[in-house]
Design a protein around this ligand. Structure first.
Ligand code: HEC
Ligand code: HEC
Length: 407
């Protein structure tokens, strides 16, 4: 059973309304309604604090949040979690949900910016730039990539409000142009993201084991130990472990010195779907997660705190992790079919496959949340009693990849 919290704003709105009590004709109805709402508001365990009263008619998009405590105690079934994640991914966040970050840039709670309110609450370049994840990730279906109009100017989010006038919004940088303000990138599809995160984790565990074994060996033998960093047939150079427990890192190739594979974002700088989700919700929408911006803190100055709970972010991650995996579409036309088969042979022959591996084998298809390598400000393994586990080969909406002969 999902523990869901109803939204306090709705409750406050009705409690605070003079309009209802002034209409004698509807008095009985209003009393009844108030009674029902009072009971339902009083029964909230730990709801969201909405600090302002909403105008009549407007409602938050999210009518519920899910708590990590309920997930941890095993009270939330996978289907309900995916459903909530799907809702969050498609929700058109509005200011009653906590959307907008009038006083902060897309980077986080610092650097601050002088308050930007309507019509400066959106900025196509430095953000917030959209109401929903699905505004960009929707081709060919929800969870996919996006059209050219959904491109993001990555790194421009450090600026308060880019408008190329060289003023405060541009960080007083007069040299900014559309080409230099950020790296324009297209929205990518998220299908198969759960497998990608788990592959990266297995590779990180392999690399860390190679490193730790080499250090132990160097310590006990008193001499340098060289070890090649190869995992799942991918070569990341080598390290030399020294007897004093340090390592020579200058021969490492294609990965940071921490030997943690970061599979997300074009340059490979984000370790987990969770790290990405916490960044994206803030940058694109001004929806701030408690785990990053701290409980009860209104970091972006929009009058609301705890805009997304830890459980909400877990739901968003689980939704993305269980999105279907893309496959090749092989034409039934014999001519096209032969061309694809020949193309694949040439691809391998000329060496494209040295980097674009035809497959990477995942040893254990169980996706667990949170990722043990999450950086600070994201839910960590030590924050939960047990990770939430999903077998990607049989749980979730599918279609599923099959296990091979060894499991
Ligand atoms: C304005 C368009 C836009 C919105 C809104 C948006 N994204 Fe993205 N998303 C992108 C772009 C562009 C990239 C590629 C970024 C890069 O590589 O630097 C991306 C990449 C990602 C990735 C990494 C995928 C990979 O394989 O590297 C994840 C995960 C993701 N987005 C999740 C989300 C979530 C969750 C939301 C909503 C909270 C969201 N996005 C909202 C445009 C958007
Ligand atoms: C040395 C490693 C390497 C080799 C060899 C290589 N690629 Fe790539 N390829 C990459 C990387 C890295 C990217 C991603 C580049 C980026 O996103 O900026 C890429 C991207 C691509 C893309 C774009 C994929 C996308 O989704 O945007 C295509 C298509 C592609 N490569 C085809 C090929 C072909 C065909 C060959 C053989 C002729 C080849 N590559 C050889 C590393 C390689």
């Amino acid at each position: 059973m999902l523990t869901l919290f109803s939204n306090h704003k709705f409750c406050q709105k009705i409690h605070g309304s003079n309009y209802l009590s002034n209409l004698s004709v509807t008095m009985i109805f209003a009393v009844l309604l108030l009674t029902i709402l009072t009971i339902s508001c009083a029964s909230n365990v730990d709801g969201i604090q909405n600090l302002e009263n909403s105008p009549i008619g407007d409602q938050p998009t999210l009518d519920k949040h899910v708590s990590q405590i309920a997930i941890d105690s095993g009270n939330v079934e996978l289907d309900r979690l995916i459903e909530h994640g799907s809702l969050l991914f498609s929700a058109q966040f509005n200011s009653l949900d906590g959307a907008g970050r009038p006083e902060t840039t897309g980077v986080g709670d610092s650097p601050f910016r002088s308050p930007r309110v309507m019509p400066d609450n959106f900025n196509r370049i430095s953000g917030p730039d959209a109401n929903a994840c699905v505004a960009c990730h929707n081709v060919p279906i929800v969870g996919g990539g996006g059209d050219n109009v959904t491109n993001v100017f990555v790194d421009s989010e450090v600026h308060p409000f880019v408008n190329f006038d060289g003023g405060e919004g541009d960080g007083f940088d007069e040299t900014l142009t559309l080409k230099t303000v950020g790296v324009e990138r297209n929205s990518v599809g998220l299908f198969g993201a759960g497998f990608i995160e788990m592959l990266a984790r297995e590779m990180t565990f392999d690399l860390h084991k190679l490193r730790d074994d080499a250090i132990n060996k160097a310590r006990s033998s008193g001499s340098d130990i060289e070890v090649k960093l190869i995992t799942k047939d991918v070569d990341f150079g080598k390290i030399i472990a020294r007897a004093d427990g340090t390592i020579e890192t200058s021969f490492i190739d294609g990965i940071d010195d921490d030997l943690i594979i970061k599979p997300f974002q074009q340059k490979g700088v984000i370790v987990s779907l969770r790290e990405f989700a916490v960044k994206a919700t803030n940058n694109h929408h001004g929806m701030q997660a408690s785990e990053r911006f701290r409980d009860g803190i209104d970091a972006d100055g929009d009058g609301m705190a705890d805009e997304l709970t830890r459980g909400d972010i877990t739901a968003l991650v689980v939704f993305m992790a269980t999105l279907p995996v893309p496959g090749s579409v092989i034409s039934s036309d014999p001519y096209v079919r032969t061309a694809s088969i020949n193309g694949e042979a040439i691809f391998n022959e000329i060496g494209c496959n040295t980097c674009h591996k035809p497959y990477l084998r995942l040893d254990n298809p169980i996706f667990t949340e949170p990722n043990p390598f999450n950086p600070p400000g994201k839910l960590k393994l030590s924050d939960v009693s047990a990770p939430f586990a999903i077998d990607l080969t049989k749980e979730g909406p599918g279609p599923f990849l099959k296990r091979d002969y060894t499991g």
